[in-house]
Each structure stands twice: as C-alpha cells, then as structure tokens.
Design a protein around this ligand. Structure first.
Ligand SMILES: Cc1cc2nc3c(=O)[nH]c(=O)nc-3n(C[C@H](O)[C@H](O)[C@H](O)COP(=O)(O)OP(=O)(O)OC[C@H]3O[C@@H](n4cnc5c(N)ncnc54)[C@H](O)[C@@H]3O)c2cc1C
Length: 302
C-alpha cells in the first residue's frame, strides 16, 4: 500500500474523503487542478486528528480555508488537502472562541448585530478565521491583530497548544505562518476580544464598508488584492501606469475596474493568471524600480 492509500484508510472516519478533487471548485478564483486526497472536516478535533495522520504518514498537508487568497497550480496539490469546515463558537462575555473554519465575514457581521465592537471593517473579507490569522487580514484601517488574543495550534504529531497573538508576529498581511516559521501547524481555534459598542452604529458602519467594496471592487471570480501595497504607491496605480489595466491572457484578466484585482473570466488556467502576475511585476520593476510583493499565495505543483 502506498503512503497515500494507507493515509486514506486512517482519514476515512474523520470526515468526507474524496480523491482527485478539482480545487477549482474550492477557490474563489475558480482555478486549480486536483488534490490527491481531499478531506472535509467539521470540527477542530477532526482537523487536529487529520493533521496528525498526515504527519505520521509523511504525506504533505495543505489546510484549505475558503480558498480566497490562493492560486492553485493547474497540476493541483500533491498529498492531502484538508477542507476546514470546523465552525463551532462559544463566548464568555465579550470574549469569543471560534473554530478556524468559521466564516470571518459572517462572524464579523454577527458581532456588529450584537453591538460588539472591533470587526465592522471585516464584514466583506471572504475567508475563514484560520485564513484571517495566517494573513492578519485587514481592511479600512483595522486588522485581526486588534482583536485577536490567542490561537490554538495543532503541532504536527504532538498535541496542541495555545499561543498568544503577540507571539505570532502579526504584521501587514503577514505572520509567522506566511514567513514559514510555524511550518506544518494548523490553526484550530482563535480567541477574540470584542468591546461594548452600539449595534445600530456598527451595522451602519458595516453597510458603509459594503458600499465601498461594491463601488471599488470587481465582481466575478478573483482572490482580492493580488499584491501588497508597496510604501511608494498603491499597487493598482503602478499596474495602471504600466499600461496593464484590462490586460488579458487566455481567460484571465487584470480587472479594468481595479487593477490590483486579477480575474477569471470563465475557465482561466492558473498558468495564465500567473503569467499576468509576473508581467505586472516585471513592468513595474522596469519602469519604477518597485518590487511588487504578492499577497495571493501560489500553492501546489508549479
Ligand atoms: C473579493 C475579495 C476581497 C478580499 N478582501 C480582503 C481584504 O479586504 N483584506 C484582506 O486581508 N484580505 C482580503 N481578501 C483575501 C482573503 O479573503 C483573505 O486573505 C483571507 O483571510 C483568506 O482566508 P481563507 O480562509 O480563504 O484562506 P485560504 O485562501 O484558504 O488559505 C490561505 C493560506 O492560509 C492557510 N490556512 C488557512 N486556514 C488555515 C488554518 N486553519 N491553519 C493553518 N493555515 C491555514 C492556507 O494553508 C494558505 O496557506 C479578499 C479576497 C477576495 C476574494
């Protein structure tokens, strides 16, 4: 039996297991080839057990949230992809514990409705709590670090531990995860501390942020901002200045509404999106000497 086959046997009781699942179905880009094994888990404990099983079988593991910040290769991902739908939540006063597969936007909206302040800026961010921790998701001057107290991490093959937010090295769209300092660890749960606020004011604020997004951002399949904004200028301005507004390659395009959004107009190949990303980086470097750093993560077999 291969390592993948014996891992499949130990994963079967933990959730719904599929083979060769096309990841285009699970990313907001609608792009990406197959995962060898694809397991949907619905609790933090199943997520932890599956993480351990992959470690013990020595099979590569990728934890998938909502797939809203990744570009998965056309060749897909080798090993195990864990589709994280662990969404339980509990509260003690204004302190919330949320499993990492919960929708960040839905949680933020609920906090506004309850008059719990601190997350109105997050109502339009389409990822999971786990993904928000990894990137220190942020918008409109707020970021997760403002309300995150600690996270429960699964250590590969070795139980779990709570880690204080200050030890996660959270920075603009980055953390110890993005810097590969905590390789192989999965976020199981997060603890967030909200403040007392006014439900009507927070709901109105959330609606105003919704309006801003509708006006500024394109519809359709994309992964949000492609590049971090460099200190010199917003990324979209640099991309526009090098003449790439609306540029296409196959069925991939640079949005003509917002040049830092790259979109899948139908059945785009990951290779075409990647080509446009590289072209924007090349032209901006040549004309302005600025290196555009990707916010969107390339995953899988490139
Ligand atoms: C229309 C649109 C608008 C957006 N606007 C914003 C915005 O305003 N601000 C912003 O910050 N982002 C924004 N984004 C980007 C994206 O939504 C965020 O980065 C989000 O936090 C990613 O979460 P996810 O669950 O989709 O992660 P995924 O894309 O599924 O995964 C991203 C990375 O996180 C890792 N990961 C996910 N869950 C876990 C876990 N439990 N444990 C360990 N690792 C994990 C994955 O392995 C991968 O490396 C936008 C995206 C879209 C499509």
């Amino acid at each position: 039996m291969t390592a993948i086959e014996s891992l499949a046997v130990s994963l079967a009781p933990l959730g719904e297991l599929r083979r060769d699942e096309r990841l285009a179905r699970h990313t907001t880009f609608g792009v990406g080839g197959p995962a060898d094994l694809f397991l949907t888990v619905r609790s933090a404990e199943a997520l932890a057990a599956a993480t351990n099983a992959a470690y013990e079988a020595d099979v590569p593991l990728f934890v998938l949230g909502s797939g809203s910040n990744i570009l998965v290769a056309d060749a897909g991902i080798r090993g195990l992809v864990l589709d994280n739908r662990a969404r339980a939540e509990s509260a003690s006063g204004l302190t919330y514990r949320v499993e990492s597969g919960a929708s960040f936007a839905a949680f933020a909206r609920k906090m506004c409705r309850l008059g719990h302040e601190g997350l109105a800026w997050a109502v339009g961010i389409p990822g999971t709590i786990g993904g928000a921790v990894v990137y220190n998701a942020g918008a409109y001057g707020g970021c997760l670090a403002d309300v995150l107290r600690r996270v429960r991490l699964q250590l590969p093959g070795n139980g779990d531990e709570w880690v204080d937010a200050k030890d996660l090295g959270l920075v603009y769209r980055g953390s110890a995860f993005t810097r590969r300092e905590v390789a192989g660890k999965a976020v199981l749960e997060a603890e967030l501390e909200l403040a007392e606020g006014d439900a009507n004011a927070l709901t109105a604020q959330a609606a105003a942020y919704d309006g801003k997004r509708l006006t500024a951002q394109p519809r359709g399949r994309n992964a949000g901002s492609t590049f971090k904004n460099p200190p010199e200028s917003p990324a979209w301005k640099l991309i526009e200045a090098v003449g790439l507004r609306g540029a296409t390659r196959g069925e991939a395009a640079i949005s003509d509404k917002h040049c830092n959004f790259f979109v899948n107009n139908g059945n785009a190949a990951a290779a075409d999106v990647a080509w446009l990303i590289a072209e924007a980086q090349r032209r901006v470097k040549e004309q302005f000497g600025v290196s555009l750093e990707r916010e969107v993560e390339f995953v899988g077999e490139w």
